[in-house]
Design a binder for this molecule. Structure first.
Ligand code: SF4
Ligand code: SF4
Length: 410
C-alpha cells in the first residue's frame, strides 16, 4: 500500500473509529465472521468513504444522506456503519437477525426507527389501536435490547386527511411511549391511496402529507420518489422544506434492476457510469430530499451505489439519468396512483405495479407473488378499455403491463 493510500485509509478509519472498534472484534450482528470477511467489509467501506450528512426535520438531527434499514444484509450494513450510516429504518426487523454490535455499543450515535403497522388486517383494512401499538413497541425494545427508539413510524401512512384528523390512536400511542422515554420522534411512510379500490376516499401521498405537515405533530416522512421526478411530490418537497419537515425518498430504484439485466441498455450508457451510482448522485445532490433509501443486496452493489452519495452529477451521469428516464417513462410505473379511480374493474393498478417492482427489480419473487395473491381484482379482469391509460401522466401501456404481471406473479 502506498503512503498516500495508507494515510487515506487511516483518516477514513479515524472518521468511523467507534464503529471500527466494534468491527475488528470480529463479532458482527451477533455472529463471528472470519478475518477475511472483515477485510472485505472494510475494503468496501473505504471505497465508498464517509457518507455526507444532512439535517433532518424540526430536530435538525444530522443523518447520513443514505439511510440503512433493519433488513439490509449483514455485510452492507456493517460497511454502512463504517461509512457513518447512522439512521436505521425498520430497526424492529433486527428482532430476527440481531442488532449490529457496533450499534448496540454506540447506541447514542445511531437513530433507530421502529416501523409500526395497523392491526387487525393489512394497511388497507387494518385499524389503529393505541394499546396494541404501545405493546408492540415495548415488545420489540425488549427483544432487540435497543433501550429506546429514536423514531416511531406509521407504516404505509393515512388513507386520507379525514383519517389523519379524526383517528388519533397512533398519535396517542406515540405520546404514551414518549412520556416513558421509549420513543422520541414521530414520522410516517406515506403511500398513495388516490382512487384505491381497497380503501374509502383514498387520497394521494402529496395531499395527505401536506395535511400532515400542517398538522405539525409528525417530524418527517418517507415517500416514493425517484429519478425522472414527480411534479406533485416536487411541490410537496418545496412546502416541506419551508416548514422544516424532513423528507426521505423510498422505492427509489425505479426499474433499475431490470435495466441492469439488459446488456444492450448497459452497453449504451456513457463510460464510467452505472444506473445505481447515477441515481445516488441525483437523489443526494439534485433534489430537495434530506435523505434516501436505495436498496442494495451485497457489497458490490454497496460500493457501486453508495460511492455516488453526495457526489456531483458529471455530464456523463446526466446523460445516464436521461437514458434511464427515457426507458422508465415508457415502461416503469411511478406509483402515483392517478390511474386507479378510472378503472371500472376496480383493479388496484398501483399495488400491482409496486409488486411488479419487488419481483423484477428487487428479485423478491416470494413477497411479490404472496402480495399479488392477496389482491381481490387481479390483472386478468382487465377489459383493455384504456381508461387508465388516459389518466396516467406517462401514458404507460397499463393493460399490457397488467397482463404480463399476472402471468409473472400468479
Ligand atoms: S384498461 Fe384495464 S386496468 Fe385500465 S381501466 Fe380498463 S379495465 Fe381497468
Ligand atoms: S400506471 Fe401511471 S398513473 Fe398509474 S400509478 Fe403508475 S404512473 Fe401513476
Amino acid at each position: 500500500m502506498s503512503e498516500k493510500n495508507s494515510i487515506k485509509r487511516r483518516r477514513f478509519l479515524q472518521l468511523s473509529s467507534t464503529a471500527f472498534l466494534a468491527g475488528v472484534s470480529g463479532n458482527l450482528m451477533g455472529k463471528t465472521w472470519p478475518r477475511e470477511s472483515l477485510s472485505i467489509i472494510e475494503e468496501a467501506a473505504q471505497k465508498v468513504g464517509p457518507l455526507p450528512r444532512r439535517k433532518l426535520g424540526y430536530s435538525q438531527r444530522d443523518i447520513s444522506v443514505i439511510i440503512g434499514s433493519g433488513d439490509l444484509a449483514a455485510f452492507p450494513a456493517e460497511a454502512g456503519i463504517l461509512c457513518g450510516m447512522n439512521y436505521w429504518h425498520k430497526a424492529n426487523q433486527w428482532i430476527r437477525s440481531g442488532v449490529p454490535e457496533a450499534i448496540l455499543k454506540n447506541r447514542e450515535e445511531h437513530y433507530c426507527q421502529v416501523t409500526v403497522d395497523r392491526v387487525g388486517g393489512d394497511h388497507f383494512q387494518g385499524r389503529f389501536d393505541e394499546d396494541e401499538h404501545v405493546r408492540y413497541v415495548k415488545e420489540v425494545l425488549k427483544e432487540t435490547g435497543l433501550g429506546y427508539f429514536d423514531d416511531m413510524q406509521l407504516h404505509f401512512g393515512y388513507h386520507n386527511t379525514d383519517e389523519l384528523k379524526n383517528d388519533r390512536g397512533f398519535v396517542r400511542a406515540f405520546e404514551r411511549l414518549k412520556k416513558e422515554g421509549l420513543v422520541k420522534h414521530l414520522c410516517l411512510s406515506q403511500h398513495s391511496y388516490d382512487g384505491s379500490p381497497r380503501v374509502k376516499n383514498g387520497q394521494s401521498a402529496a395531499e395527505v402529507l401536506t395535511a400532515v405537515v400542517e398538522d405539525g405533530i409528525y417530524e418527517h416522512a418517507q415517500f416514493m420518489y425517484s429519478y425522472g421526478g414527480d411534479p406533485e411530490m416536487d411541490r410537496f418537497m418545496e412546502f416541506a422544506r419551508e416548514r422544516n419537515f424532513g423528507t426521505i425518498a423510498m422505492k427509489t430504484a425505479r426499474g433499475l434492476g431490470r435495466m441492469r439485466q439488459d446488456q444492450a441498455f448497459m452497453n449504451n450508457l456513457p463510460a464510467g457510469t452505472s444506473p445505481h451510482n447515477a441515481l445516488a448522485r441525483w437523489l443526494t445532490t439534485h433534489t430537495l430530499l434530506d435523505a434516501a433509501v436505495i436498496r442494495v443486496r451485497n457489497l458490490d452493489e454497496f460500493v457501486d451505489t453508495y460511492s455516488g452519495a453526495g457526489k456531483k452529477l458529471r455530464a456523463s451521469d446526466i446523460q445516464a439519468i436521461e437514458q434511464m428516464t427515457e426507458v422508465a417513462n415508457h415502461t416503469v410505473c411511478r406509483l402515483c396512483g392517478k390511474c386507479q379511480s378510472h378503472c371500472p374493474q376496480h383493479i388496484p393498478i398501483t399495488d400491482i405495479m409496486r409488486y411488479e417492482r419487488y419481483a423484477l427489480d428487487d428479485h423478491n419473487w416470494d413477497m411479490a407473488c404472496a402480495l399479488y395473491a392477496s389482491i381481490p381484482a387481479k390483472g386478468d379482469v382487465c377489459t383493455t378499455c384504456g381508461e387508465c391509460v388516459h389518466a396516467c401522466p406517462l401514458h404507460l401501456p397499463i393493460p399490457e403491463k397488467l397482463a404480463k404481471a399476472h402471468l409473472l406473479m400468479s
